[in-house]
Ligand binder design. Structure first.
Ligand code: 5GP
Ligand code: MG
Length: 210
């Protein structure tokens, strides 16, 4: 499903209007798409007990909505991964939480919030493959194909989005905005402001172009 550059016509709630320029994907559109994705995943994993492996922290909302729509036996675990260094270019990945469930011989569904350069999924997939699961399928809410560096694609994609830095529905900017129920685009003054403060600086991977 492709999201146009213009995004949705839905109005940004008054509380967020100063920070959020516009809504790219509404909560209703997300909910509907997740129901479709869940049906597809349920079909593919039928008869198997799956292990869902989700990447912290951005998947929090997507994961919760996805698995509550999956009527399959499943076990759930998390891998913590953060990118450090200048900006959010995910070159230097640091694992902050390791997988605890044994996935050897299991059917794994790897869940991430957004597939951007592909560096994160590429690294995590290599790590998971070494644990010898029966198979790994990958699932992301958002895909920014335009920014791909590594040769990696997801098996299930919620929305194909243009090259914008997005926030909301679990996705953050400087750890904020994860609680927004929609996926939106920040006003440029917000990230310029934060980037100007060295301690909390976190430049977006791609600047919104308006
Ligand atoms: P990749 O390694 O594919 O470049 O990036 C994956 C990670 O970078 C995502 O899991 C997410 O944490 C972060 N990321 C990439 N693009 C965006 C974006 O537009 N907004 C936010 N908030 N995070 C992003
Ligand atoms: Mg992430």
């Amino acid at each position: 499903m492709f999201v146009s550059v213009a995004g949705s016509a839905a109005r940004v709630p008054t509380r967020w209007r100063k920070e959020v320029e516009r809504i790219l994907i509404t909560d209703d559109a997300i909910a509907q798409r997740i129901r479709e994705m869940s049906r597809e995943i349920a079909r593919d994993f039928k008869g198997r007990e799956m292990v869902v492996v989700s990447l912290l922290n951005g998947t929090v909302m997507f994961l919760a909505d996805l698995i509550r729509n999956l009527s399959l036996p499943l076990r759930l675990d998390f891998i913590g991964v953060s990118s450090y260094g200048a900006g959010t270019e995910s070159g230097d990945l640091v694992f902050t939480k390791e997988l605890r469930l044994d996935v050897r011989g299991r059917d794994v569904l790897l869940v991430d919030d957004i597939l951007d350069t592909g560096k994160t999924l590429f690294r995590v997939l290599a790590k998971l493959k070494a644990l010898k699961p029966r198979r790994i399928k990958t699932c992301v809410l958002l895909n920014k194909a335009a920014r791909r560096v590594e040769k990696v694609e997801a098996d299930y994609v919620g929305f194909e989005i243009p090259d914008f830095f997005v926030i909301g529905y679990g996705l953050d900017f400087a750890e904020r905005y994860r609680n927004l129920p929609f996926v939106g685009v920040l006003h440029s003054h917000v990230y310029k402001q934060v980037a100007a403060k060295p301690a909390s600086a976190r430049k977006p991977a791609a600047s919104p172009r308006s």
